[in-house]
Ligand binder design. Structure first.
Ligand code: SAH
Length: 376
């Protein structure tokens, strides 16, 4: 196995001497305010302004006394990542390239549907996993996103959707999937802090039932994720034999299929009402035969599961082809006949490279170009 690229830590979230309050959990926020000589109950007031109202300017936080607001404004900030680029697909999907304080970038995608609106959130800049069919894996530099950068994606989307204060009903952003750039279980602590903030009922208030974390199969972290966060789990399976999965998802060499399926069986809180979603990218002539479908059914035995069949989304330079519609249908019929829902995910936002596996920031390339220009 090739050495895994180093994962760099997020930068300190301080700009011009002012620390960002976004991304601190309730305990940390309270501690910070107490350190400043403020009363602990101020944390609850701030929480409401930051996460329920979406206010970024302390001057507008009118339940706080004016001197307190002024003091907070000299020491702290309520920041969002900057929107470096915004694109809208003909199908209504929106993609935002967000820039963080160190200039690194990651993408967030909003997918509106009839009965819901799903935000696809990134957990890292780049990804170490290098899955063969995924664009993100071709980006060499990888760093973890901090809690503020993960929560910041949700808040930036809510800004763009003009969805403040957090509405109770009729939201455009109802669901969150951690299916953007990166492997969330390789950045567990920051993802967990971010999700606890997002799930808090007095703030953004997105319920754990509406959140799905997608993993390529970091087996040792799966149980903790279920116990501590209780979110829905999606597993990127993509192959039913280790020989093939070793190639498509190299992480399989570390955590092979049998171990992965056992970790799925053991995932806390599973029931027929709460199933694991298995993602299966349809690659022509690679993993899409009826025999593969039958083997998949055998693997799923005993696991409350559904299967998302994802037509392969091409990207510049990718070496796979998407399975034919007939092959996908046939595959789905076999899985379905065995009692597992197996919807084919209609690709969304393909025209703006916003579909599964198409996300890649060009910040690295651009910075290299800038450096070259500076030298010349
Ligand atoms: N690292 C996590 C989450 C990010 S990928 C994971 O692996 O689950 C989100 C999903 O998109 C995964 O199922 C991934 O395998 C899939 N995907 C990646 N590239 C794709 C492509 N080109 N076409 C279709 N799906 C793709």
């Amino acid at each position: 196995m090739k050495p895994v690229p180093e994962i760099f830590a997020p930068p300190a979230d301080v700009v011009e001497g002012r620390r960002n309050l976004v991304g601190l959990d309730r305990g940390a926020l309270t501690a910070l305010l107490v350190e400043e000589g403020l009363e602990p109950f101020r944390a609850r007031q701030l929480w409401h302004w930051i996460y329920h109202r979406g206010v970024t300017d302390f001057a507008l936080m009118t339940t706080l006394a004016k001197p307190v607001r002024e003091r907070l404004a000299t020491r702290f900030a309520v920041r969002r990542p900057a929107v470096a680029r915004a694109e809208r697909s003909t199908d209504g999907t929106q993609k935002w390239l967000l820039r963080f304080v160190d200039g690194q970038e990651a993408e967030t995608v909003h997918i509106p549907e009839e009965d819901r609106g799903t935000l696809c959130v990134s957990s890292q800049v780049g990804c170490t996993l290098a899955c063969k069919f995924c664009h993100t894996g071709t980006q060499p530099w990888v760093r973890n996103l901090g809690p503020a950068e993960i929560v910041g994606q949700v808040m930036a989307a809510r800004d763009a959707l003009a969805e403040w204060p957090s509405p109770k009903d009729d939201r455009q952003l109802t669901n969150i999937v951690l299916m953007g750039m990166g492997e969330p279980l390789y950045n567990y602590d920051n993802v967990a802090t971010a999700l606890r903030i997002v799930m808090d009922g007095e703030g953004l208030a997105v319920s754990r039932r509406k959140i799905t974390l997608s993993t390529a199969g970091v087996v040792p972290m799966m149980r903790r994720c279920g116990e501590e966060l209780g979110v829905n789990l999606a597993v990127s399976l993509h192959a039913v034999r280790d020989e093939l999965r070793d190639v498509l998802v190299p992480l399989n060499k570390r955590y092979p299929i049998a171990e992965l399926m056992q970790a799925c069986r053991d995932y806390p809180g599973l029931s027929n009402a709460r199933r694991i979603t298995f993602e299966y990218v349809m690659l022509k002539g690679v993993n899409d035969s009826p025999a593969d479908a039958r083997a998949l059914v055998r693997l799923l035995e005993g696991i409350p599961a559904k299967v998302n069949l994802i037509p392969f989304n091409p990207w510049p330079g990718s070496s796979f082809e998407c399975s034919s519609a007939a092959a996908i249908r046939h595959f789905g019929d076999i899985v379905n006949a065995a009692g597992y829902a197996s919807p084919v995910r209609t690709p969304r936002g393909r025209d703006i490279l916003a579909a599964c596996g198409q996300l890649k920031s060009d910040s690295v390339r651009r910075r290299k170009a800038d450096e070259a220009a500076a030298v010349a």
